[in-house]
Design a protein around this ligand. Structure first.
Ligand SMILES: NC(=O)c1ccc[n+]([C@@H]2O[C@H](COP(=O)([O-])OP(=O)(O)OC[C@H]3O[C@@H](n4cnc5c(N)ncnc54)[C@H](OP(=O)(O)O)[C@@H]3O)[C@@H](O)[C@H]2O)c1
Length: 293
């Protein structure tokens, strides 16, 4: 726990000391959507208006948003996504900020979890906004892994008892992790069948009260969530730099989502020029191939 206390203090310090230049709104179509506006004076100043999230009208699975930073040439893959050039505003106001401030859980694919990963908000203004929204200090940590190669001892997010961890894995993966999880009462295995994420997510909503999830990717996980019709909102930052691993867009499947713009903004930090767009995915009709006649 000493390690987490130090980690949390460092993250809060970094967020508080970061130079944050406000966004400017380029287009605002938010009135056309069934969405909620959230924020406080601090966030409204930096984001240039309220931040929008899909309204919770019930449903059998948690609401799901994706948050990504991509290079100018559309790549998201990078050992350290900070290297894509989003800068402090993307990191502290969007990524570790408004995109997850109202989330019950943050979801990541196993390849986006590093030893020092723990997904939360850190700026005191965001910590207080979470409290105002009636949410616990930290979101639950939701990890997706088929093979279940998990390093419990050396990965921070498995070792913070105050934050529940849900590991979504295959039956074989769950079996493999069972013994290790016994010693960690705040870690729970949630079975998936095949690559279906709907049933485990439905369990999280129904049985664990997880109503809203911010999914941070990476692209493999994001594409699976999109293909299974589980995502509503996309928060996408596009930097002014080319870079990242080639051919790593945030969606890598065969049916790119149709996106409707909610708001478009530009960053105000000259050192890290970037564009930000919040879009909503247009629900797909049945994608199964037409029957052969
Ligand atoms: N630019 C950004 O905003 C951003 C955000 C996040 C990550 N990243 C970067 O993206 C890269 C990682 O992306 P990635 O696409 O390679 O990996 P990823 O999506 O982070 O993780 C993929 C893994 O998640 C598990 N998984 C996902 N969907 C599954 C399903 N339906 N069924 C079973 N298992 C499933 C599998 O785990 P197992 O292999 O364990 O079975 C799979 O190999 C890293 O470079 C990271 O730094 C960038």
């Amino acid at each position: 726990m000493a390690e987490f206390t130090e980690f949390a203090a460092r993250k809060s310090r970094e967020a508080e000391q970061a130079h944050l230049a406000p966004f400017s709104t380029l287009e605002d179509r938010s009135a056309d959507f069934d969405i909620l506006a959230i924020g406080n004076d601090w966030s409204r100043h930096l984001y240039d208006g309220p931040f929008h999230i899909t309204a919770d009208r019930g449903g059998d699975v948690p609401l799901m948003s994706l948050v990504f930073v991509q290079s100018l040439d559309g790549n998201t893959g990078a050992a350290n996504p900070d290297s894509l050039g989003g800068g402090p505003v993307d990191k502290h106001v969007i990524y570790e900020g408004l995109s997850r401030v109202a989330a019950d859980g943050v979801l990541a694919g196993s390849k986006s979890v590093g030893k020092q990963s723990f997904f939360s908000v850190w700026h005191p203004q965001l910590v207080s906004l979470r409290a105002v929204l009636g949410l616990p200090r930290h979101p639950a940590q939701v990890i997706v892994t088929g093979r279940a190669c998990v390093d419990f001892a050396d990965t921070l997010l498995f070792n913070v008892p105050e934050a529940p961890v849900y590991i979504i894995s295959t039956p074989a993966g769950c079996e493999r992790l069972e013994a290790a999880v016994k010693h960690r009462p705040h870690v729970e295995l949630v079975r998936m069948s095949g690559d279906d994420l709907r049933a485990p997510l439905s369990f999280l909503r129904r049985e664990r009260g997880v109503r809203r999830i911010s999914a941070i990717g990476g692209r493999t996980t994001a594409s699976a969530l999109i293909d299974q019709g589980l995502v509503q909102d996309v928060y996408l930052t596009t930097t002014a730099r080319n870079g990242g691993e080639p051919n790593t867009p945030f969606y890598t499947g065969t049916h790119p989502p149709d996106l409707n713009t909610v708001v478009r903004k530009e960053g105000g930090d000259r050192e890290f020029p970037m564009a930000f767009e919040h879009s909503m995915i247009v629900p797909r009709r049945n994608l199964s191939p037409a029957p052969l006649v």
